[in-house]
Design a protein around this ligand. Structure first.
Ligand code: UDP
Length: 495
């Protein structure tokens, strides 16, 4: 079964063009498209993935597809569907293996399931495809179907891989060994970082970075009243005056001393609008490094009294600074038992803190029932943070780094592969060497809290870096280039 999805994206290129610092970028994109599209011969671009909603890929496709459409590429989006649980168990395992985890014992029965579902999906997709189409297949789930169609039809096929590990392990070898026969027919592959290209694809792969949409609810500019309204509506601040918009159906919740969750204004306003704030927002995943971050922050606070090197301003910053650790409402991640486990361990670590340190740390559960409200809350939290941290032990790319960089927050992050793609050390942010070392984390936070000029310089540079490289327009440009190159290679005799 295959579903044809209409990308819903409420803004057009002229909306972006109206934003002061985006006008020139959009104009240059239009020019690039005009010169490149002659080489694309009016072909159709058909993208296929395995879900229309949820997950980073589905999040990114609507803006990418609608901008390509507006530029004149006849673009379509297919989603493969199957009832076979064994298929999704297998592709989930392949996903984990590519990240270096999972069960590497793959055998004939796994190929049988994968081949059967791929053949069904290929048959359903064939009804939609036409000779001359360029097919872009996202991640391992639809890869087999795309390979069959590339062998059977006069189409070009590109495989877009959104995952990866920067070194080989028995697990990654098992995954790439399994996928190798399905990869062979593809004309080209696309990865997020050069470190992720497996040896089987060396010489046949290009890098295209993920990107953010500057007019999305998560990244659009918030006027002061919007920002305060969002914080008030989500119970992140106690409004001391009337607010136009009604409270959100679900508030952000803060972990309380007794282990319960209550609206985040309990037991008192956390001070988001007045105090120095350090924030990390991520899924509740062990690899995001929440534990050492909390430990590092706590040791910074514990060390204040013994310090003799502090001027008044620095001392005041350390006394007032508070830490926000935010992630999705655990009720919304029923399919993520590991996430629940990590959160409950974090809650236990919080409960073990003395009351005065509990007051300085907020573990926040963000409501997920409204995607728009969730995005606005993430936006608002990033906006009122002096320092945004991404202390990941591993990170594929890290949109949670791109988003605050765009908002000019001072970034402190680990040196995980995905983060290094984005942040030039000591220019766009502070990169720490060991995200599992609380002492290094405390030292990094201290250095940033003491130096407002440095924070501002990081923020300015980070915004420009994202503007030039990680907005959706850069992504569209890279795709236009790849599409025309692939077309020229597959159909060399067409002008
Ligand atoms: N995110 C969110 N709400 C949360 C936690 C995370 O909307 O409570 C978003 C975050 O803003 C980012 C995405 O989830 O856009 C996470 O993407 P990233 O590439 O940073 O990491 P991943 O979760 O894919 O490992």
């Amino acid at each position: 079964m295959v579903q044809i999805v209409e990308p819903r994206h409420p803004v057009s290129l002229s909306d972006y063009e109206g934003v002061a610092d985006l006008g020139a970028t959009v104009r240059s994109l239009r020019q690039e498209a005009e010169s490149r599209l002659a080489g694309f011969d009016g072909r159709r671009l058909v993208m296929v993935n395995s879900t229309a909603q949820g997950g980073g890929v589905a999040e990114m496709l609507p803006a990418l597809l609608s901008i390509l459409r507006e530029l004149g590429v006849d673009t379509h989006w297919l989603v493969i569907e199957t009832q076979e649980q064994a298929f999704f168990r297998l592709t989930k395992n392949l996903h984990n293996l590519i990240h270096g985890a999972g069960d590497p014992n793959l055998g004939t029965p796994d190929h049988a399931v994968y081949d059967r579902v791929s053949a069904e999906n290929a048959a359903a997709m064939e009804e939609f495809l036409q000779p001359g189409d360029v097919l872009v297949v996202h991640d391992p789930q639809p890869m087999g179907a795309g390979a069959l169609l590339r062998e059977k039809m006069d189409i070009a096929a590109i495989w877009r891989c959104h995952i990866g590990l920067d070194h080989e392990t028995a697990e990654t070898r098992a995954a790439w060994g399994f996928l190798d026969p399905y990869l062979k027919p593809y004309d080209h592959a696309v990865f997020t970082a050069p470190e992720y290209i497996p040896s089987v694809l060396a010489g046949r792969a290009t890098i295209i970075h993920p990107a953010i949409d500057p007019l999305s609810h998560k990244n659009r500019h918030l006027q002061v009243h919007d920002l305060v309204g969002i914080l008030a509506n989500s119970a992140l601040v106690k409004p001391w005056g009337p607010v136009i918009s009604p409270a959100y159906a679900e508030p952000a919740r803060r972990l309380q001393a007794d282990g319960d969750w209550a609206p985040a204004t309990e037991p008192e306003d956390f001070g988001l609008l007045f105090r120095p704030i350090v924030t990390q927002i991520s899924r509740w995943d062990r690899l995001k490094g929440f534990f050492p971050l909390m430990e590092g922050f706590v040791s910074l606070k514990r060390g204040i009294e013994a310090r003799t090197d502090l001027d008044n301003h620095h001392l005041r910053a350390l006394q007032l600074v508070r830490l926000v650790l935010a992630g999705p409402d655990p009720a919304s991640v029923d399919d993520d038992p590991e996430g629940k486990e990590v959160l409950s361990e974090l809650c236990a670590a919080y409960s073990a803190l003395p009351p005065h340190l509990q007051a300085d740390v907020a573990i926040l559960s963000l409501p997920m029932s409204s995607k728009e409200n969730n995005a606005l809350i993430v936006n608002a939290l990033q906006c009122c943070s002096d320092i945004v941290v991404q202390n990941s032990i591993q990170e594929g790319f890290g949109l949670t780094v791109t988003e605050p960089m765009w908002k000019r927050a001072a970034l402190m992050a680990s040196s995980a592969v995905g983060i290094k793609q984005q942040v030039r050390p000591d220019l766009d942010g502070l990169l720490i060497k060991n995200p599992e070392d609380p002492a290094e984390i405390a030292h990094g936070l201290d250095a940033l809290l003491s130096d407002g000029a440095k924070r501002a310089a990081f923020g300015r540079s980070a915004r420009q870096r994202v503007h030039d490289n990680f907005l959706v327009f850069a992504q569209v440009k890279s795709w236009l280039e790849l599409l025309t190159n692939t077309t020229a290679a597959c159909w060399p005799n067409c002008d």
